[in-house]
Design a protein around this ligand. Structure first.
Ligand SMILES: *[C@@H]1O[C@H](CO)[C@@H](O)[C@H](O)[C@H]1NC(C)=O
Length: 380
């Protein structure tokens, strides 16, 4: 290795001074708000109106990065990275009295949002009155988007067809709106997606068969829509899926056996559909499952007698189906069963003694074919 020339005695202090100067420049000049982004923000504001909280009152002056409420930027480029405005919030700016603020915003989401090309999160949540469609350009013009949360508004129209182009998207929450149309088939290309919440809209059509491709998915909430067709078998390959809510749709077909293999499944809500077939034994044996609601379907056959000391159910609601046979004896082996509802089925025979049956009242067993014992009184 060649020896480096001896440094001149003056070099180290000079170098330090230069570095110090650079540091000062860097910290003092977190880049100012990009003028293009500022114009886009002003156009977004012009399409919205919010009278009570004054969330937009700070949106004045040129530096949108430092003082505009709900806006934050990448400090090196001055490009807007996050736009977060929540109508139900307890942060001190919006709720100076310490009470959670509840705001109302009307208007629509301007296409100008698509000029914020470096946006990483877009959150306009719980404003109740924001209407109109989600600008389709969001899916094509915002490739850095990781979080898209627009719940609790009155958004109409369809989910942008090219939503699958948002390859970095981890959270898609459009719950509690008036969104129509089908779940776009491109959605299953969102391979980074962890949380999908489309609850309480007017979505029709089926759940895409290849939903199992969303390998990072941990919450899939699709309840209270108008979805039809079967629960795709591929949901069973979602190894990170913890919460699956399909309640109150028009789903038909059976509960896929594969769901019993979704290892971290904690809650499964399928109530209020037209599901038929039997309850897969593997599902009841699934270790972490704490909430299972199959109420109000057309599920038939016997309840698999496969409960063990590892069964721990906060809620086990199998009411209003066509279940036959006896109340499974093994339920008394379960570590815990909080809320059990087997009412309105076609069960018959004596209710086993012991926990959890000691603590349940008659309503849990009402309207069956010929149940007796326990809270229903002696079998004769
Ligand atoms: C189970 O789901 C049905 C239909 O969605 C609902 O009506 C019922 O309240 C749920 N049961 C429990 C215990 O939450």
């Amino acid at each position: 290795m060649a020896s480096s020339p001896a440094p001149s005695p003056a070099a180290p202090p000079l170098l330090l001074a230069a570095l110090a100067a650079l540091a000062v420049v860097a910290s003092a000049s977190a880049a100012a708000c990009s003028a293009g982004d500022r114009d886009a923000l002003l156009a977004i504001r012009a399409a919205l109106s919010e009278a009570h909280l004054g969330v937009f009152s700070s949106w004045t002056g040129t530096d949108c990065c430092t003082s505009w409420y709900g806006v934050s930027c990448d400090p090196t480029t001055g490009r807007v990275a996050d736009l977060t405005l929540r109508g139900e919030a307890d942060d001190p700016v919006m709720a100076p009295a310490g009470r959670p603020a509840s705001g109302v915003m009307s208007g629509y989401i301007s296409d100008a949002v698509c000029r914020l090309g470096r946006l990483s999160s877009l959150i306009l949540a719980d404003w109740k009155q924001i209407s109109g469609p989600i600008p389709p350009c969001v899916a094509t013009a915002l490739p850095y988007l990781r979080i898209l949360e627009l719940p609790g508004n009155r958004l109409t129209g369809e989910i942008p067809r090219s939503i699958g182009s948002l390859s970095r998207l981890t959270v898609l929450n459009l719950a509690d709106n008036l969104i129509t149309g089908e779940i776009p088939s491109s959605l299953t290309s969102l391979t980074s997606l962890k949380h999908l919440d489309l609850t309480n809209n007017q979505l029709t059509g089926g759940i895409p068969d290849d939903v199992g491709d969303l390998t990072m998915l941990s919450r899939a909430l699709l309840g209270r829509n108008k979805l039809t067709g079967a629960i795709p078998t591929s949901v069973g390959s979602l190894t990170r899926l913890a919460d699956l809510d399909l309640a109150e749709n028009g789903l038909t077909g059976g509960i896929p056996d594969s769901l019993g293999g979704a290892h971290v499944l904690t809650s499964l809500y399928v109530g209020g559909n037209r599901i038929s077939g039997r309850i897969p034994a593997s599902l009841l044996q699934s270790k972490g499952l704490g909430i299972l609601n199959l109420s109000r379907n057309a599920v038939e056959g016997a309840i698999p007698d496969v409960f063990t000391a590892e069964s721990y159910f906060m809620v086990l609601d199998l009411s209003r189906n066509r279940l036959t046979g006896a109340v499974p004896r093994s339920l008394s082996a379960a570590a815990y069963v909080g809320h059990l509802d087997l009412s309105h089925n076609r069960l018959c025979g004596s209710i086993p003694a012991g926990p959890p049956f000691d603590h349940l009242d008659a309503a849990s067993f009402a309207s069956n074919s010929c149940l007796c014992g326990g809270p229903l009184g002696k079998c004769t």
